[in-house]
Design a protein around this ligand. Structure first.
Ligand code: ZN
Length: 290
């Protein structure tokens, strides 16, 4: 699953390419999106911005539209709705956005295209994006599912105390599962889950209610630092890194390193499948005993 830093980078790339430009082409494999486009064409509108909201990407379009409320899958009863709209997408496990020059060969088969937004200079293609809908612009961040998201680790106004409170509200689950819960704090995926817990010295199967507020605050701070470092540090060919080491294969503390020696103490790294979806967890049984 793409992590928060991936979405943030993708949104930034799309924003730079598309913002301020007029949509000349819109295409989609999804009927509800096509219906909105039929009612109120996306072509001819300006892309005002592309933003990351946790793991959601939001593309804002200029101008008011008048569409059936049902077409927006809005939490309201029937009739028409008038106002600006956004395209919200979520990558889930296999989705991705690519940006191409017009006529450039795509790196994925056209049958995997779900949404396409083109300008005179660029074509943005959402491949295998399973979750895509037009939303009333005023609903962004106020309705499901964004409304349910916890504080965004990459937001300038990130509220650490609120993130800790939301983790504490999940006292009866393991800390590894709580960190993946986007309603507690938004942006951590499976790689950073293991990396954050290693740096925090916390055993992944510890229940949240066994950890005091100071420990949870420390984890939140580590998560924020790790994600921020990876937003700025897209090192081509090297992938994510949390260790600060640049050498190939030394970028991560524990993730993907089952059975290999801990970089701090030499103990073999443990591996287990954990929680909903049996997501892999890696940890050092010696360094992470809290
Ligand atoms: Zn260790």
């Amino acid at each position: 699953m793409p992590e928060g830093d991936t979405i943030f980078r993708a949104a930034r790339t799309l924003h730079r390419a598309l913002a301020g430009h007029v949509v000349t082409r819109f295409d989609t494999a999804y009927a509800p999106l096509a219906r909105v486009h039929d009612d109120a064409p996306i072509t001819g509108r300006t892309i005002d911005a592309v933003e990351a909201h946790g793991k959601h990407m939001v593309m804002r379009f200029s101008g008011d539209v008048t569409v059936a409320v049902a077409a927006l899958s809005r939490a309201a009863s029937g009739g028409a709705w008038r106002g600006p709209i956004v395209l919200r997408t979520h990558m889930r496990m296999h989705g991705s956005w690519h940006i191409y020059r017009p006529g450039e060969r795509w790196q994925r088969p056209p049958r995997e295209m779900r949404v396409l937004v083109g300008t005179a200079d660029f074509v943005a293609v959402g491949f295998n994006v399973p979750d895509a809908e037009f939303e009333a612009a005023g609903d962004v961040g106020t309705r499901d599912p964004i409304a349910r998201l916890g504080p965004n680790l990459l937001a300038p106004d990130f509220d650490a105390a609120e993130a800790v409170r939301r983790l504490q509200a999940r006292g009866d689950v393991t800390i590894a599962e709580a960190l993946l819960d986007q309603r507690a704090l938004a942006g951590i995926g499976n790689v950073f889950k293991s990396e954050v817990l290693f740096e925090g010295g916390i055993e992944p199967f510890a229940r949240v209610d066994t950890l005091d507020a100071d420990r949870l605050s420390a984890l939140v701070a580590i998560a924020r630092r790790q994600l921020a470092a990876n937003v700025g540090g897209a090192t081509p060919g090297y992938g994510r890194r949390t260790t600060g080491r640049m050498a190939a294969g030394e970028g991560l503390w524990v993730y993907g390193r089952g059975g290999r020696p801990c970089r701090r103490c030499g103990t073999p790294i443990s591996f287990a499948k954990q929680g909903f979806g049996a997501r892999p967890t890696y940890w050092c049984p010696r360094c992470q005993q809290a």
